[in-house]
Structures are given as C-alpha cells and as structure tokens.
Design a protein around this ligand. Structure first.
Ligand code: SAM
Ligand code: SF4
Ligand code: F3S
Length: 470
C-alpha cells in the first residue's frame, strides 16, 4: 500500500473517475468520455477540457460505449501511476479494434513527458496533448478524424485558461476546485512536475474572484484554491501595477461571503508566510488546515532533495503555525528510500512525524523519474524491499497519530458543512469540520450545503461520529 488516507484535494492515487455532466440540455454533435488520474489539478484541468469541447458541440458522456472520443488525463508522478495508465490504454485499444472510428487521446503529464513517443509506443493512440495545449484539442480531434496522428505538447509561459469557465462534472454541487496558478519553479530533485507542467505562472486575480463568485451564486459552499505551490502566487495587475499576493487573494475570496468556506493546497514550507497565517486567523471561513509537505526529516536528505529548508527550519515553521493557529489541522507528504537514505535518515523522518503528529499523511516510497535532477545526479540505491519496509513503518506510526488525532475530538462540538449523504447510511449526512476531518451524523431536517453544529460522541480512524446540536 502506498498511501494511507486520501482526501479530495490531494491524492495522486485518485484514478479513473469518469466525469458525468451535471447539467446539460444541449444538443451535441459528438461525445467524449474522459478519465482523470493524478492530483486535483489534473481533475480541475479535465473540467477546463470539458468546457473547451462543449463550446465545439462535443459533449461529455459518462458512458464509455457512447463516446466518439476517449480522453485519458494522465499522471507521471511515480512509475506506478504510469503503469496503471498503460494498462487502461490497452483496454481502450481493444475498444478501438471493435470501433475503428473511435479517437483515443492522451492528455496531461504523461503526454507531456513522453510526447510523440507515445504514438509509437502506444499504437492506436491518435492524439497526444500536453497540459498547456488544451485549447487546440478541438483542432487535434478534427485532424485525428482525417486519419492523421495529432500532437501538441508545447508548454507555455503564460497560459492559465483564465477566461475559461470550467464545466463542473461529477460534482456534488457544494465543493469546487479553482486553479489559481500553473506549473512549478521549484526543482525538487525527485519530482517530474516542473518538466511536465512547465514554469510557474499565476492566474489573474479578477478571473479567480469572478469564478468563485459564480460558484457561490450557483450554490457551492466550499472552494479549494489549487496550485503546486500556492504560497508563491504573485499576480501583477497591469492597470495599476499593484501586486496581489497569496494572502491578498485568500482574503478577497474569503470576503465573497461568510457562508463560503475557503481551503487551499499545496503549501511549500519555504513560502508560507505569517501574512497567510494571520489572514487565516482573521477570517473564520478560511479553514484551519494546512497541507505542508516535508518529504523527509533528515536535513541531509532534504538538501539532496533540493527542498531548500532543514529539519530545524521546518519544525520552526510548524511551531509558528501552532502559535498563530493553535487548532490548525496539519498534513504532510513523505518519501521513504530516497537516494542514499540510511536507517539514521529514516529514523529522523520517523522522529519528525512523532514531533508533528500529523492529522493526515501521504506517504510514498521513492520512484525514480527519468530526466529529473535526482535521476541524473544520484544512484537510486536503496533496495525496493528496504524502501517498502520503511514505508510500512511510517504508515504504522502515522496510523497511531491519526487515530489519536480523531480520538482527541470526541466530546467536542464542531461547525460542519453538509456535503452529501453518507455512503453507508442514507439517513445520515457527511461533512467536514474546519480542520478537514470527516464527520457523520443523522440528517434531521437539514439539507446539503447547510452549516450545522455537531457534537462528536465517537470516532473511527477516519471519521468522527456525532449528532447535530440545534
Ligand atoms: N507541490 C507539492 C509539494 O511541493 O509538496 C506536491 C507535489 S507532488 C504532486 C505530490 C507528492 O508526490 C510530493 O509531495 C511527493 O511526496 C510525492 N512525489 C513526488 N515525486 C515523487 C517520486 N519521484 N517518488 C515518490 N514520491 C514522489
Ligand atoms: Fe514537485 Fe517540488 Fe514543485 Fe512540489 S514544489 S511540484 S514536489 S518540484
Ligand atoms: Fe501527477 Fe502531473 Fe499532478 S505528474 S501529481 S498529474 S501535476
């Protein structure tokens, strides 16, 4: 098992969700089916793609067999992610044999990483399109329909799809993701993202606010602002040369309405500022939850990973968060078995976890990615069984912390946003509290999108269970 727990904002293991259009009375000329893999940004991109295609009268269908075009929005973060996609492609190829006019397109990070090689490697794929080239997808589909292979993997320095209103697909009508930036300028040595997503660029604050306001008007009650490194958001308004920082943006979104919850992901420890923390403190509707990936507890490893902070620096940052926001939920990402990692390094990661007692942790064993700094500079020398054993130890430790983190909430009352029906019992709702913990409780007379106060009387490792206090 690679990851322990998953939520909707941060989960490279999310996979294969076929998007179903929530609202559409439009008549379409043809239909596309899209499956998305990887992080929330990829899922948000699929909604941009849907909007681009809908304008060209190509409508989304959740039924694979009804599609004229099959798209797969891919992830390259670890080898396993790519393997899973290759397997799925072989299934699509079978369909194409039965239906030769079917167009199959690969989108996203794997398309960007492997480029035209995918056409050779994955015979019967017709389109390869990278994350910055989705506007050209309708033309690429036309090209593919004439029997040509169509490729566009150009990365851009300024594409943010700011003017495109994503079509919310497969949505519960309450939570929405809004991309505020694209790309990444950090060069963490293990990471393929800077190569697949290109240079960092921030989207216009005006367009972000307009999208969030429209979502609120449509009944959405929680927005998650997305970027690989949201704290380095930096947008210059050309009209008056004023700068909008991430703290400014967060405040602007929070001011839309006190009924709109705001979350964000991901924060790089080197960039999150006191300004952001104080903005969170000032606004009750900015959720007290920070995803602060550390990757390792060993300063030597952090240096080799090019994370630009030390163990002590990270601990000081966590202390500062707890000082300003004492109730803040905290989560992280960890990698075991990075190049040259010793047992001592691993123990430092374990002791850091012991110190931080994360509410949630996403843990992976290191997977070398071709072309990254680590692949070029270092030997991937920790044997697979050692990587996996260290991961298991870490997962076991985190399991204790996450259970403790849930247990300490029993007896407390939380404000919860109702997000939908509980999967296990249709007489119960589920929602989340400020700290991102899932809460389940009997429905009474309330509705999805309402805020309620829930007193917790018991918990499992992943869920708080309680009753609404009226
Ligand atoms: N931008 C975020 C950050 O700085 O933490 C997240 C980037 S990545 C999409 C999500 C996580 O995948 C990383 O935080 C890291 O833990 C993990 N990851 C990235 N590359 C990896 C690799 N080569 N092997 C294993 N895990 C990796
Ligand atoms: Fe990858 Fe580092 Fe950028 Fe995150 S900050 S996307 S880990 S390079
Ligand atoms: Fe994967 Fe690309 Fe996201 S590599 S994690 S889909 S940015």
């Amino acid at each position: 098992m690679e990851t322990l727990l998953a939520d909707k904002t941060h989960d490279e293991e999310r996979q294969g969700e076929a998007f179903a259009p929530s609202i559409t009375n439009e008549i379409f000329d043809k239909h596309f089916y899209i499956e998305s893999y990887g992080c929330a940004m990829n899922f948000a991109d699929s909604e941009v793609v849907a909007s681009i295609l809908h304008k060209e009268k190509i409508g989304a269908t959740p039924v694979l067999e009804n599609a004229d075009v099959i798209l797969i929005n891919t992830c390259s973060i670890r080898e396993k992610a790519e393997e899973r996609i290759r397997k799925r492609l072989t299934e699509f190829k079978q369909l194409k044999k039965e239906k030769p006019h079917l167009i199959i397109g690969i989108l996203g990070c794997m398309a960007e990483r492997l480029k035209a090689n995918l056409l050779e490697e994955e015979k019967l794929v017709d389109i390869v399109v990278g994350p910055d080239a989705y506007r050209t997808l309708p033309d690429l589909i036309l090209e593919a329909e004439t029997g040509q292979k169509a490729v566009n993997v150009l990365l851009s320095r300024d594409e943010t799809y700011a003017d495109i209103s994503p079509i919310r697909l497969n949505s519960n009508g309450i939570n929405a993701f809004v991309s505020i930036m694209r790309g990444c300028n950090n060069m963490c040595s293990f990471c393929v993202v800077p190569f697949t997503r290109g240079r960092e660029r921030s989207r216009s604050a005006f367009s972000i606010i307009a999208e969030c306001e429209a979502l609120f008007r449509d009944g959405y009650r929680e927005i998650t602002l997305l970027g690989q490194n949201v704290d380095s958001y930096h947008w210059i308004n050309n009209e008056d040369n004023s700068v909008v920082s991430f703290a400014d943006l967060l405040e602007k979104v929070a001011l839309i309405s006190p009924l709109l919850r705001v979350r964000f992901s991901t924060s790089h420890p080197k960039d999150i500022t006191d300004d952001v923390l104080f903005t969170m403190k000032r606004h009750e509707n900015i959720c007290n939850y920070i995803h602060l990936p550390v990757q390792s507890g060993s300063t030597r490893m952090l240096q080799m990973m090019n994370r630009t902070y030390s163990r002590e620096w990270y601990i000081a940052k966590v202390n500062r968060i707890k000082e300003i926001l004492p109730d803040c939920g905290l989560s992280t990402d960890m990698i075991t078995g990075f190049c040259t990692e010793t047992e001592e390094d691993h123990q430092e990661s374990m002791s850091l976890m012991e110190y931080c007692k994360y509410d949630l942790a996403y843990m992976y064993f290191y997977s070398e990615r071709p072309g990254t700094l680590a692949a070029r500079r270092f030997k991937d020398d920790v044997p697979l069984d050692v990587k996996k054993r260290r991961l298991q130890e870490m997962v076991a430790l985190h399991r204790i912390h996450s259970l403790e983190s849930m247990q300490k909430e029993v007896g407390k009352t939380f404000k919860v946003l109702i997000e939908g029906l509980s999967k296990k019992n249709e007489n119960e709702f589920y929602g989340r509290n400020d700290q991102n913990k899932v809460v389940v409780f009997p429905k009474l007379h309330f509705n999805k999108g309402d805020y309620v106060f829930v007193k917790v009387h018991e918990c499992t490792a992943g869920t708080l269970i309680g009753n609404i206090i009226e």
